[in-house]
Design a protein around this ligand. Sequence first.
Ligand SMILES: Cc1cc2nc3c(=O)[nH]c(=O)nc-3n(C[C@H](O)[C@H](O)[C@H](O)COP(=O)(O)OP(=O)(O)OC[C@H]3O[C@@H](n4cnc5c(N)ncnc54)[C@H](O)[C@@H]3O)c2cc1C
Length: 374
Amino acid sequence: METTDITIIGAGVVGLSIASQVARKDRNVILVERHSGFGQETSSRNSEVIHAGIYYPEGFLKAKLCVAGNILLYQICKENGIPHKKTGKLIVAVTEKQVKDLEDLLAKGKRNGAENLSIISSKEVRELEPHVTACAAIFAPSSGIIDSHRLMKFWEIKAKDSGADIIYGCEVKSIEKIPDGYQIGVKDSDGETFFFSTKILINSAGLESSNIAALAGIDIEEAGYRVYYCKGEYFSLGGGKHVFAQRLIYPTPPKPGFIGIHTVPDLQGMMKLGPYDYYVDKIDYDVDETNKELFYRSVKPFLPFVELEDLKPDTSGIRPKVQKPGEPMRDFIITHEEKRGLPGFINLIGIESPGLTAAPAIGRYVEQMVAEII
Ligand SMILES: Cc1cc2nc3c(=O)[nH]c(=O)nc-3n(C[C@H](O)[C@H](O)[C@H](O)COP(=O)(O)OP(=O)(O)OC[C@H]3O[C@@H](n4cnc5c(N)ncnc54)[C@H](O)[C@@H]3O)c2cc1C
């Protein structure tokens, strides 16, 4: 049976970042992906926003890795010609109560180390975005947008150039603990099963990450590793209205854990609104057209130029959340499972937002864990 040093499950943006960090000529690294190419799940179904790191509780990996990832992403983009735009972002208040909420959010963002945050007046908002209604706003100049496909392509090439094998169309079906690591059973696209062994196994399987942890023998209920699906829907903004806002415009968060429906500008100059988030039992990416009215009502107070007929159902994505509906936000789980009797097994579970922004920092974080094991 073939033996490898490091196996990574999942070629989303996080698995690819990890592969590009841990691959080197003197190591055998395999990245296994069930689809025929990279990034066919959550990593290509998101807002492509480079977040500043404002919303997350102090001390969370989400906060630390987002703030670090923001800086790294701009560096990587500049050095490697990956399309991106530092648009800046406004989180707007339309009532006095929301202004108070913004002050709390600003303090949280500053504690997290998000760069150059400030509260600006309605006059200053009008100077930046004449068509947006606000009595005040948090201005986050370090927020932006990125071509996530090009980012993943860059990491795919970097990983391969550093010696990693990326095997597409291969689904991990079994994991068995063996004396010096793990035996992995994989079903290929012809339906054939093959086995190999690995010293280190990294679970970066996104929506499937809790199932992979269970395959390795972890009781996911007891560990708190069950992933709950939270769908985020987008509507495109037509009627030529995309020209009325240049930046990412977010409302004051409507409830804990939800950042609210916002503008999602893209690098082609068009605009979506979203996501509208709600928990679902199964994975399907249909967009519920009947939510149009809700989108309209949510954004009208701060984007007064939007009319109902401008909105058309667009895409959706699903976040793997480890908190159930109504529970407080939980952090990313990035853990070496030595204490559970699984040395060399690293789990990444609940890598929801800001997973795209944090991806380069997650890659480095996991590389440090690997260095301690090897
Ligand atoms: C609506 C929405 C909006 C978001 N907006 C943003 C944003 O603006 N900014 C931001 O920073 N983050 C955002 N995120 C979060 C971000 O998209 C994710 O955190 C990130 O894409 C997670 O990447 P991943 O590689 O962990 O997972 P994925 O992209 O899901 O990749 C996991 C991969 O594992 C593979 N896999 C699963 N099981 C197996 C198996 N058994 N064998 C082989 N392969 C397997 C899957 O096929 C998949 O390709 C958003 C998410 C959503 C849903």
